[in-house]
Design a binder for this molecule. Structure first.
Ligand SMILES: [Zn+2]
Length: 215
């Protein structure tokens, strides 16, 4: 008998409400990271929700400020099988504003599985012509929801691009670009799960089951 499992996906759109995140001007219009994060997160959520393998929840469904503690509580409550947090980047040195561009993936340093997943997604994205920033995969050293996910669960921050680069910001504001980028992320993630099967975090870790003598 085939056992059918529906996996929970939690998509975290960064910032919101009074927390606008990064702000950059594009031809006289001020773009806020919170809006870019929300638009891209919704695009990704719609792709997961069309796949019957997944059920999707978002940490915010409107332009509201969600404190980090509430986001972390949501991670604990939903106990997702996948957690993707969507943000945008800016260059560390404004002298590189015209050259720094591309997506990046950030994972919690304690999660080997997330690191492996990010590497497979980056590999796929590069194969379809997406520019993954040089140091595009690195561990998070600051508290973010992904840090609180079960370490056996793929959890990472996906930075959609550099708002500090005008031509990249122009691209980021284009709906067809957001669609193409999120299709690539979704496909990259689906391929990564061929190698890293999704786990049910409700089950105790194999090591702890061994210790309790039940395995
Ligand atoms: Zn951000």
């Amino acid at each position: 008998m085939k056992v059918y499992k529906v996996y929970n996906v939690l998509i975290d759109a960064g910032h919101g409400g009074h927390d606008a995140g990064l702000r950059y001007d594009l031809y006289g219009n001020m773009f806020h990271e919170k809006r870019i994060a929300y638009a891209y997160a919704c695009q990704l959520a719609s792709m997961f929700s069309l796949d019957l393998q997944y059920s999707v929840e978002m940490t915010r469904n409107a332009d509201t400020a969600i404190p980090m503690t509430d986001r972390v509580d949501m991670v604990k409550q939903v106990n997702p099988n996948v957690l993707i947090s969507v943000h945008a980047s800016e260059c560390a040195d404004m002298r590189n504003a015209k050259t720094d561009c591309g997506v990046s993936l950030v994972y919690a340093i304690r999660s080997k599985r997330s690191e492996q997943c990010c590497r497979l997604i980056a590999e796929y994205m590069r194969s379809v012509g997406i520019n993954v920033y040089d140091t595009g995969i690195h561990p998070a050293v600051y508290p973010e929801p992904v840090y609180y996910a079960d370490p056996r669960v793929p959890a990472f921050i996906f930075n959609v691009g550099f708002m500090s680069n005008v031509s990249e910001l122009d691209r980021l504001a284009t709906p067809s670009y957001s669609y193409d980028l999120m299709v690539a992320l979704y496909n990259g993630f689906s391929r990564a799960t061929d190698y890293i099967p999704l786990v049910n975090p409700e089950l105790p870790a194999i090591d702890s089951r061994r210790q309790s003598g039940s395995v």
